[in-house]
Design a protein. Structure first.
Length: 287
């Protein structure tokens, strides 16, 4: 769905053991640490989001055409169509985004030299003055493929699937119905203000509810930077619950929900305005 790097770094640190608050994360990072792992997401985010939005839109359009020969005669949005289109978009997002997210997390985890004391482990980066495990996105990609194989690029994909499939359902569906609800019946499409508000609310809802599986996904993907602790998503859930209790599944929920609103508001607004510019009209078009 997109990841602003500064908030993303804070969220990754919050998901790790030994960190209790956003303020503690901020104090542990120097200014450049907020932008750790930024280049790779910036290079891939446009392709990633265009594919996800395109898959959702075209799947919904295909289902609508298949359901009735003249879609204009039917209801504008059918819940079953939106649900299936969102699920397809979620599956596609995992196939495309899992390697990107893994590399981003591995690079961001190198901002955590304090983990050695908290976890009693021997991380690859034990001190600020030592050589980092990864020199950049390309080196990180090559290192993962060399040490873990191609399957290593999809570490945590099962948890990401459990996050993104329901997550995108709670992303696109609230946006569509909220924008329809906000838009007066006399208007042909939602105004930019309605798109911004509906997109922001959808993002906050989606990221807030996706936090438990996002915690597990991030821990699984970070696993291997320091030591291999988890055998899979179920083992990660079990170990995390046994050591930290139920609250562990909601670590970083405040950061996720707060960042979700402006990020998604801007994304949906950009999407709608781009469609209008490409089509050369001035009528809002829902995804």
């Amino acid at each position: 769905i997109g990841h602003p790097t500064r908030c993303s770094v804070l969220r990754r640190l919050l998901l790790a053991p030994g960190v209790s608050s956003p303020l503690e994360c901020v104090l542990c990072l120097h200014v450049f640490g907020f932008f750790k792992g930024m280049s790779f997401p910036l290079a891939s985010i446009a392709v990633y989001n265009s594919v996800v939005f395109g898959v959702f839109s075209n799947t919904q359009r295909f289902l609508s055409h298949h359901r009735c020969q003249e879609p204009e005669a039917g209801p504008p949005h059918v819940l079953s169509d939106l649900l299936l289109a969102s699920m397809v978009a979620g599956v596609v997002s995992v196939g495309l985004g899992a390697p990107v997210d893994l590399i981003k997390i591995r690079l961001q985890m190198q901002t955590q030299p304090f983990q050695e004391a908290n976890l009693s482990l021997k991380p690859r980066v034990a001190a600020l003055g030592e050589q980092p495990a990864y020199q950049g996105p390309v080196h990180c990609f090559a290192t993962i493929v060399r040490t873990e194989g191609l399957a290593g690029l999809y570490r945590g994909a099962s948890a990401m699937l459990l996050r993104d499939v329901p997550g995108y359902c709670l992303y696109f569906i609230p946006y569509v119905f909220l924008s329809d609800w906000i838009t007066p019946e006399a208007c042909a499409g939602p105004s930019p203000c309605a798109v911004w508000l509906a997109g922001g609310m959808a993002g906050a809802i989606s990221w807030g509810t996706a936090t438990p599986m996002d915690v597990m996904k991030s821990r699984l993907q970070a696993d291997g930077v320091y030591v291999n602790k988890y055998r899979g998503v179920l083992d990660c859930i079990s170990q995390s619950y046994q050591k930290e209790g139920l609250k562990v599944f909601f670590r970083g929920i405040t950061v996720s929900a707060v960042r979700g609103f402006p990020m998604s508001a801007a994304m949906f607004l950009g999407y709608e305005l781009s469609l209008q510019a490409i089509r050369g009209d001035h009528v809002g078009t829902s995804p």
